[in-house]
Ligand binder design. Structure first.
Ligand SMILES: *Cc1c(COP(=O)(O)O)cnc(C)c1O
Length: 222
């Protein structure tokens, strides 16, 4: 099936409140344009360098989501291009995004990435680390970031029950933070979870944003 049909099929299965982020990492600009012409506006990239190359070649009304681990020295170049940073995985990174955003006189929308998988390689806060940050007095002075919710990646496994439990854990974290720290913030409302292999489960467990590459663009060759 083609890219446009894949997008239409996905849209038909996703509830209206769930944002579809088309993950276009390692895909050529021509594939992204095909998705764009099918009405897709939210795209996810995991590398700043790749985003910097693609961005000027594509329509300016694309909303770019940064979904991969971000090094602090890449923050400045990425900020002007990005709609939402999903992968804020440390306090240090959030402070850096705030600092650079202040210089540009902008407020950057961010999600806090949580470590929910049972795999060593995945980045993210633990709940304790996030609470420590949110309780810190300096955190409350960060005026140039807007925390919009949470993001997480489940373990890469065929075991549906494991994946479901991990998504449930992320929703539990979201609900706890909402009640404790963001009760009066209407902006804190996103739960970014679900990829090609597990987005149905993620939606069942309360996802508001799914990040889908393979099911739109086909298998990645690299
Ligand atoms: C690559 C990637 C995705 C999309 O994965 P698919 O299995 O191709 O749908 C989603 N989220 C993150 C963080 C990714 O790096």
């Amino acid at each position: 099936m083609g890219i446009a049909e894949n997008i239409q099929r996905l849209r038909a299965t996703l509830p209206g409140h769930v944002t579809l982020v088309a993950v276009s990492k390692n895909r050529p600009v021509s594939d992204i344009l095909e998705a764009f012409q099918a009405g897709q506006r939210d795209f996810g990239e995991n590398k700043v360098q790749e985003l910097l190359v693609k961005h000027p070649q594509l329509p300016s009304d694309i909303r770019w989501h940064l979904i991969g681990h971000l090094q602090t020295n890449k923050v400045r170049s990425m900020l002007p291009l990005v709609h939402l940073v999903h992968s804020v995985d440390s306090y240090r990174l959030l402070k850096e995004i705030n600092r650079e955003s202040a210089k540009m006189n902008r407020v950057t929308a961010c999600l806090l990435q949580f470590y929910i998988a049972s795999e060593e390689s995945k980045f993210g806060f633990s709940l304790d680390e996030a609470v420590q940050m949110l309780e810190d007095s300096e955190y409350r002075s960060l005026r140039n970031v807007s925390v919009r919710g949470v993001m997480g990646m489940a373990t890469f496994t065929d075991n549906q029950e494991t994946v479901r439990q991990e998504f449930r854990e992320l929703l539990r974290i979201f609900t706890f933070l909402k009640e404790e720290y963001f009760v009066s913030s209407s902006e804190f409302r996103e739960v970014s979870m679900g990829m090609s292999g597990d987005y149905r489960l993620a939606v069942e467990e309360g996802s508001t944003m799914v990040r889908i590459g393979t099911s739109i663009f086909g298998e990645r060759t690299k």
